[in-house]
Design a protein around this ligand. Structure first.
Ligand code: AP5
Length: 225
């Protein structure tokens, strides 16, 4: 992967399951060489490897609930250590996590450079998640209808196998969307008044969303107090 241009950025990608946070994080990673930190990918890797963290997280993930704040905050303190540029995908997801992130970044003198909210309606999110195919190793995702791979079941980029995530069944997706409304949507008010907050129309085609993200990133750089 060679980045087109490098830039220091510390972004929070906020939005409901299926809004396209992971899809756009991969585009930003490739364009700017900034690393995506996806709490969902880290947790899934731990579940797959059978670690103690994975054992703690598995039941929450399978039932569409959030993993507890104490587990996530400790995990992210480790992940963020020593990094001055990152794309946060799926974190923070509660007000307690946002407060912990704020305290940590203040201590490190690394303020956020942007918060992007990906906005989409429930019906669209439902269709996107139940039709998604993912490379379990890299987290890259495709959609059977909206973003198909060139060869069904194979990742265009690294040739790895594509699988359906166990939490992408209709029943668990409905629960994840409810969990988002209850526990994560309050972050829109939490971050909404800050200068770096941008609302992105995530219903548009992927390339159009990427263009809107690029515009928001170009305008960002003002730091959150
Ligand atoms: P996580 O892995 O973070 O899942 P999520 O937030 O539910 O988000 P998704 O990855 O499902 O959606 P996305 O927005 O990335 O969409 P994508 O780009 O793939 O979390 C999983 C679980 O882990 C949670 O339920 C929880 O248990 C736990 N967890 C994680 N973080 C946690 C935290 N901080 N605290 C507590 N627990 C935590 O796109 C979706 C589909 O749509 C794809 O098929 C894609 O190809 C397609 N698509 C994308 N954009 C478009 C577009 N513009 N047009 C058409 N199709 C599109």
């Amino acid at each position: 992967m060679s980045a087109v241009e490098t830039r220091t950025m510390r972004l929070v990608l906020l939005g409901p399951p299926g809004a396209g946070k992971g899809t756009q994080a991969k585009v930003l990673e490739e364009r700017f060489g900034v690393r995506q930190i996806s709490t969902g990918d880290i947790l899934r890797a731990n579940v797959a490897q059978g670690t103690a963290l994975g054992a703690q997280a598995k039941a929450f993930m399978e039932s569409g609930k959030l993993v507890t704040d104490d587990i996530i905050i400790a995990m992210m303190e480790n992940e963020l250590a020593g990094k001055d540029s990152f794309l946060l995908d799926g974190f923070p997801r509660t007000v307690a996590q946002a407060q912990a992130l704020g305290t940590l970044l203040e201590r490190l003198h690394l303020p956020l450079t942007g918060v992007l909210l990906f906005d989409a309606d429930r019906d669209t999110l439902f269709k996107r998640l139940t039709g998604r195919w993912t490379n379990a190793r890299t987290g890259r995702s495709y959609h059977a209808e909206f973003n198909p791979p060139k060869v069904a079941g194979i990742d265009d980029v690294d040739g790895g196998p594509l699988v359906q995530r166990p939490d992408d069944t209709a029943e668990v997706v409905a629960k994840r969307l409810d969990t988002y409304e209850r526990e994560t949507a309050p972050l829109i008010a939490y971050y909404g008044s800050h200068a770096t907050f941008s609302r992105i129309d995530a219903l548009a085609p992927i390339a159009t969303v990427s263009a809107a993200v690029n515009r928001a990133v170009a305008q960002s750089g003002t730091v959150l107090p």
